[in-house]
Design a protein around this ligand. Sequence first.
Ligand SMILES: [Ca+2]
Length: 91
Amino acid sequence: MESAIKTVVTTFLSSTKGKDSLEGGAFQKLVKKQFSGMMEDANCSSAVKEMQRGLDADHDGKVSFQEYLTLIGYLANSASERKAGPNPNAS
Ligand SMILES: [Ca+2]
């Protein structure tokens, strides 16, 4: 569990390249690299851009750590729903 949290943090930090937020294509790259197994749309750049706009709560065009956590929370939530669903052996 602790290592999972560390991974969430270090993945963000290594993707921002020293900045406070994920800028430009950094968010797309992160999603493609890290979430293609969990997200059907990870390799669809228009879907990922749409997702980035949805996460960008303060509309500054960048994904802050807080906004990135929204995505992590969403993914964790959908993973738990999948486990609790009618067919737990589906994936
Ligand atoms: Ca933002």
